[in-house]
Design a protein around this ligand. Structure first.
Ligand code: ADP
Ligand code: XUL
Length: 557
């Protein structure tokens, strides 16, 4: 039976999921669940297994809380090390027919001229990182956690929409999102401004996703509309680079970007390095990689409208399938391409798992004690609210970090634990209203979706039933399913997405967590209360930022 491989290069780890799919008569489906199975799942945690790159939680420490970069060599090293792990788990790599992948979104990698040539002549006797050290024109990669480009965001919005377009509506209409600090366009503009020499030396700018596919194939890979939409550079409707956005970002940019191609594009066969070093077949296809959220959309089977998923990973995201793009023009939401060729809506919260971990650690708890604290405290927490902005927050947009507590004693561990989770879930509920989806069912994924106490609060606050999945690594699974889909397309078939995801991306029926009706009214009140706290904190933050600006204007020349 052929294997398909999905690899997810995320913030804190790199994971792989290998699946088996029986082609069925004549190579087409529908193949039932018995003929489809996950063969192996493997993972490399960056902090634990590759500490020599100096990252913490996958990110390079920086004195400026707004700056977040990672070393691209770390991702490459993890890619080189995942194949022996899969082999140890019994995966016959020579049977892999296609590999697709998923990357943390928005992050960018800057390569010099000659990078593809260097990749094509790598020595398989030596580790990948040794052969690629010289290909970068920028040593580190800004990632999605970076929020240091507010100036560039405003410049790009004004350039595309004119100075009257204070909310970036024109850019949102064109690209699917107003300008966001972590998006690739503003990051590229900052690099161009701060390091014009480095920008000039850059021959190609890749996303994490297309960089990883480039390593695997030894040729510059294309970008798909799922990840391309996270750049503030792609015309969302046309799925091509948008001239107005390119011009607003940096000169000569189009020549440095790979083209946008559909999510089932085959980049080429796997490079001879991976064939010789790891025993992959020389015919194995590398399929264009996408973003982790678009891949998760497939990995939880959201190939039709009507349901949403919440991913509780390093970031918390809430997303849903969208048949045609409906943009949140003035808002906090995004529209990305979906790997099916349609669209998806998404909102992203930066203070996700790491915020829960910070609260857990502050009271010397493990996840078991964290769960006990949730069980020992009451829904609504007596009106306590915690705004968990340990780092600058994306949704709502808060650039000055700081945890805010209302009616909550910082010394009270159990109530702080409940408050962080209730605050996060209330924020998701409030900020997802623009999507206009009536949420009756939520598919939960990501590392923290293993935690049923957290999911109960999710169910109660959203008033929706919540399901877990057998494969926790939904982004890697979604990538493996995309590899299967693209391989069949390349073989001349038109596989239906329902059939592609069948038997894999299905929730565990018995995992259902129902919303508890006795708390419905209480949580409606709680969401209102939460909103007033958020408004209060944001109002004060804006006031302070203005006062600071005023102070600097008057007193620093
Ligand atoms: P990413 O793919 O973004 O690197 P994952 O989806 O693998 O992240 O999720 C990793 C996170 O899952 C960890 O940071 C951790 O906080 C969280 N996690 C793991 N187990 C639990 C648990 N039992 N309860 C809550 N959170 C958990
Ligand atoms: C989505 C986002 C994050 C990253 C990292 O817009 O910024 O979810 O994709 O997972």
């Amino acid at each position: 039976m052929p294997h398909y491989l999905g690899i997810d290069s995320s913030t804190q780890s790199l994971s792989a999921v290998a699946i088996d799919v029986e082609p069925g008569p004549g190579g087409a489906g529908p193949a039932g669940p018995a003929r489809r199975r996950v063969v192996a799942e493997a993972s490399i945690n960056f902090d634990q297994e590759l500490p020599q790159y100096g990252a913490r939680n996958g990110v390079l420490p920086n004195p400026d809380p707004k700056v977040a970069h990672s070393p691209p060599l770390l991702w490459a090293d993890a890619l080189d090390r995942i194949f022996p792990k899969l082999k140890e788990l019994g995966v016959d790599l020579s049977r892999v027919r296609a590999i697709a992948g998923s990357g943390q979104q928005h992050g960018s990698v800057y390569l010099k001229k000659g990078a593809a040539e260097a990749l094509a002549r790598l020595d398989p006797a030596r580790p990948l990182v040794e052969g690629i050290r010289g290909i970068f024109s920028r040593a580190s990669s800004p990632i999605w956690m970076d929020s240091s480009t507010t100036r560039e965001c405003r410049e790009i919005e004004a350039s595309v929409g004119g100075s009257g377009d204070a909310e970036g509506r024109a850019l949102a209409k064109l690209t699917g999102s107003r300008a966001f600090e972590r998006f690739t366009g503003p990051q590229i503009r900052k690099f161009y401004r701060e390091s014009p020499g480095g920008y000039a030396e850059t021959d190609r700018i890749h996303l994490v996703s297309s960089f990883m596919a480039t390593l695997l194939s030894g040729t510059h890979a294309t970008i798909d509309p799922g990840d391309g939409a996270g750049m503030n550079l792609m015309d969302l409707a046309r799925k091509t680079w948008a001239k107005a956005a390119l011009d607003a970002t940096a000169p000569g940019l189009e020549a440095k970007l790979p083209p946008v191609r559909e999510s089932w594009t085959v980049v080429g066969p796997v490079s001879s390095y991976f064939v010789k070093r790891h025993g992959l077949s020389k015919d194995a296809r590398v399929v264009v990689w996408s973003g982790d959220n678009p891949c998760s959309l497939i990995g939880v089977g959201l190939v039709k409208p009507g349901r949403i998923a919440i991913s509780l990973g390093t970031s918390d995201t809430l997303f849903g399938f969208m048949p045609a793009p409906v943009v949140d023009e003035a808002g906090e939401g995004h529209v990305f391409g979906a790997p099916t060729g349609h669209y998806m809506s998404l909102i992203c919260f930066k203070n996700g798992s790491l915020a829960r971990e910070k609260v857990r650690d502050a009271y010397q708890m493990g996840w078991r004690e964290f769960d006990e604290a949730l069980r020992a405290t009451r829904p609504g927490n007596g009106g306590a609210v915690l705004l968990p902005w340990f780092d600058p927050e994306i949704t709502p947009n808060v650039l000055e970090p700081g945890v805010r507590r209302y009616a909550l004693d910082a010394r009270d561990g159990p109530r702080n634990v409940r408050a962080v989770v209730e605050g996060q879930m209330a924020a998701m509920f409030l900020h997802s209203k623009w999507m206009g989806v009536k949420t009756e069912t939520i598919y939960a994924t990501g590392g923290a979706a293993a935690n049923r106490e957290i999911l109960q609060i999710m169910a109660d606050i959203h008033g929706a039933e919540v399901y877990q999945f057998p494969v926790g690594k939904s982004a890697a699974l979604g990538a493996a399913l995309r590899a299967h889909h693209a391989d069949r397309k390349a073989g001349g078939q038109e596989p239906a997405w329902d059939d592609v995801v069948a038997g894999f991306a299905e929730p565990i029926r018995e995992s259902r967590i129902a919303p508890r009706p006795q708390y419905a009214a209480l949580y409606r009140d709680f969401v209102d209360l939460y909103r007033t706290c958020e408004d209060h904190a944001r109002h004060r933050a804006t006031e302070r930022a203005r006062a600071l600006e005023e102070f600097r204007k008057r007193n620093e020349s």
